[in-house]
Design a protein around this ligand. Structure first.
Ligand code: SF4
Ligand code: SF4
Length: 370
């Protein structure tokens, strides 16, 4: 979506966006309101040279609250390709490994994306359901040093699906969903990935694609149709699928005394796709679990601090620590996430503190208690 000048003309300069923005709290001078105002005066002025263009997390906390519906994340994204063209580049995290992995996936490479699935469950080459696994096999390797066992999340999902009688397609030909390319302003790369993924899914014969990663789900939903037209299959997030199907399935959750947990709403699953209740319903299926809400929950949740593997900064760390402290204040022993990046970022921040809150993936949590 490209914002028209008329849309930003609607800005009333109320400052709700800046007051809502977690980056504005910690980054001196960062003001969505001011950026819009300056751009109205001089469309391609300062903004293209400024590092602020990369600081926005596209978390949508501002746009969700804007009284005239200005989509600030899309506004800033629409300038990013132009900023790159004038040499204003983002700072890549983790030495750019994820940008490299993504770029390799636009070509004709052979991947081993399914070994984990063959070891841990039953999958098919063709069938009604396609499980879009996303980057977890790569996260598992890159973040081995944090001992996060990222692959456990998708293994857990496959275990649960198999117990429900679903043997999904998991494919070596799946590519990065392109979420990060899109938000970093690389629309050409995004379009290549989108076309490859849709072709792979069509070839599998799947009628429904199940996503575990909120980013994959949101980008298919919001941005794939502009590239490939109407999607030739249904898409659903695993939390919606399980909240609908698990209560009907012959699956028993055991009592394990999990204590108090809280749920961290990922921006892509919450504000961008409106899924707030389903993950909470799933947590509620586990006996002896007391769900405690953090002060900033649902629409008000605060981002995990980084997006698209770029611009990890002291702001990111401050946000992550604040989020963990919020979980602690809520009285939770565990903070449950439904997004791999939230799990990685919160765990990374926690590893340098003595905050006594366990960071846990939602599906690993469910699977452990079946
Ligand atoms: S919240 Fe919306 S109307 Fe208010 S300053 Fe920000 S962009 Fe303008
Ligand atoms: S999308 Fe999030 S980080 Fe970006 S300006 Fe809005 S509130 Fe701030």
């Amino acid at each position: 979506m490209q914002l028209t000048k008329q849309q930003i003309d609607y800005c009333m300069e109320c400052g709700v966006c800046t007051g809502s923005c977690p980056i504005s709290y910690d980054r001196p001078g960062f003001s969505p309101r001011q950026m819009i105002k300056k751009t109205l005066v001089e469309p391609d002025g300062d903004i293209l040279e400024s590092s602020d263009i990369w600081a926005c997390l596209s978390c949508s906390r501002c746009s969700d609250r804007c009284p005239v519906g200005i989509d600030f994340p899309e506004f800033i994204r629409s300038y990013r390709a132009k900023a790159i063209a004038v040499g204003n580049l983002p700072r890549k995290s983790h030495h750019g490994i994820f940008q490299t992995i993504t770029s390799l996936q636009t070509g004709s490479l052979t991947q081993n994306r399914i070994a984990w699935a063959q070891e841990s469950g039953k999958i098919q080459e063709k069938g009604d359901y396609f499980f879009f696994v996303g980057c977890q096999p790569y996260h598992d390797v890159v973040f081995e040093y944090l001992d996060l066992q990222m692959i456990d999340s998708v293994k857990s999902i496959l275990t649960i699906l198999n117990k429900m009688g679903v043997e999904p397609v998991v494919s070596n030909d799946e590519r990065c969903c392109g979420h990060d390319s899109f938000w970093a302003g690389d629309e050409e790369q995004f379009a290549k990935l989108a076309r490859k993924n849709v072709e792979t899914i069509k070839n599998s014969g799947a009628k429904t694609v199940i996503f575990s990663c909120p980013e994959g789900y949101s980008i298919f939903r919001e941005s794939y149709p502009a590239i490939v037209g109407e999607l030739p299959f249904e898409i659903i997030h695993i939390s919606e699928f399980l909240a609908r199907e698990l209560p009907k399935a012959d699956i028993t959750f055991t009592k394990t005394g999990n204590g108090s947990v809280t749920y961290h709403d990922p921006c892509r699953l919450g504000r961008r796709t409106g899924i707030y209740e389903e993950p909470r319903q799933l947590i509620g299926l586990v006996p002896d679990t007391e769900l405690k809400e953090m002060e900033n929950n649902r629409e008000n949740a605060v981002c995990c601090g980084t997006t698209a593997w770029m611009e990890c900064s002291s702001c990111s760390k401050t946000m992550q620590i604040k989020r963990l402290q919020e979980a602690q204040r809520a009285g939770a022993q565990t903070i449950i996430t439904a997004c791999p990046k939230c799990q990685i970022h919160l765990s990374c921040a926690k590893s340098n503190t003595d905050i006594d809150v366990e960071v846990k993936d939602l599906y690993a949590y469910l699977s452990e208690n079946i």
